[in-house]
Design a protein around this ligand. Structure first.
Ligand code: SAM
Length: 267
């Protein structure tokens, strides 16, 4: 695995779609290649609302971070943070309280190449370019140790990323490893692709065939990530229904049900 910024930059592969860059496409960003746009064009054929789905995910990320600050959280580890976009975790959190500290973790070299300057824009924010499937390496990382006090509550964020872990990679065990490392009073924040319609089955097939990852788990499977913690109201729900800022439609579209999310507290 690449170690230095130059190595990470040269590790960028423009011949295959990447998760981070494809997500950048659906957020109307500029840090993506033709191969990423072609992948998204394929997904649009089965889920025409995929651009809206990304927006719902960014919106719940903002609502969730604000909620966590309201609960007293001042430390965040944002695992699978993605390329910088608008309303990044540290911007939302530090607007609520400038003392908030945020460590971003992503394994896409593009995040390091394009994201470090923006995401690490103050001394309370850091970017770690590493694979979240190795919790011990991340928890032992110098930036994590410098910025986060693991004796005090932390929000462990796995927003829009656990579905990129295959079942045989033990995603539940990985979640547990992070939650074991943080004290009572910490929180787990997850959003996840959900097997909520026939279209989601078709989307899963395309993700797996073209990107290599993208597991659309059932609602009970997603809820199981929170086992052992106090799942807070309203539970694991379609993204637009999680503590909405305004009125929500009585009936949700396929896109509005394509991802579910929730927040739980470690007691
Ligand atoms: N969390 C952000 C959000 O919800 O807006 C970004 C979500 S984006 C869909 C998923 C991100 O997870 C991508 O940037 C991808 O590079 C990253 N990712 C996927 N697998 C990862 C892994 N094993 N370790 C670290 N990052 C990973």
């Amino acid at each position: 695995m690449a170690e230095t910024p130059d190595e990470w930059k040269s590790a960028i592969d423009s011949t295959r779609p990447s998760i981070a860059r494809a997500y950048d496409v659906v957020l109307n960003g500029k840090d993506n290649f033709e191969v990423d746009r072609a992948f998204v064009a394929e997904i649009v054929k089965v889920v025409p609302e995929i651009y809206d789905v990304a927006t719902y995910n960014r919106q719940i990320l903002g609502r969730g971070v604000r909620f966590l600050v309201e609960q007293g959280i001042r430390q965040f580890i944002d695992l699978g943070s993605g390329l910088p976009t608008v309303e990044n975790t540290h911007q939302v959190a530090q607007r609520a309280d400038p003392a908030c500290k945020v460590v971003y973790v992503d394994n896409d070299p593009m995040v390091l190449a394009h994201g470090r300057a923006l995401l690490a824009e103050n001394d309370r924010t850091a970017v770690v370019t590493s694979d979240l499937r190795d919790p011990q390496a991340i928890l032992g990382d110098a930036a994590v140790k410098r910025l986060l006090d693991l004796d005090r509550p932390v929000a462990v964020m796995l927003v829009g990323v656990l579905h990129h872990l295959h079942d045989d990679e033990n995603p539940r065990g990985i979640v547990e490893a992070y939650m074991d490392a943080v004290p009572a009073g910490s929180y787990l924040f997850v959003t996840h692709f959900c097997a909520s319609s026939p279209d989601s089955r078709d989307a899963e097939k395309k993700f797996l065939a073209l990107l290599g990852t993208g597991r659309f788990r059932t609602e009970p499977e997603i809820t199981a990530f929170f086992d052992g913690f106090e799942l807070l109201e309203p539970g694991v729900v379609p993204l637009p229904l999680w503590r909405p800022d305004g009125p929500v439609p009585a009936e949700l579209t396929v896109g509005q049900r394509l991802m579910y999310g929730g927040i739980a507290r470690k007691n």
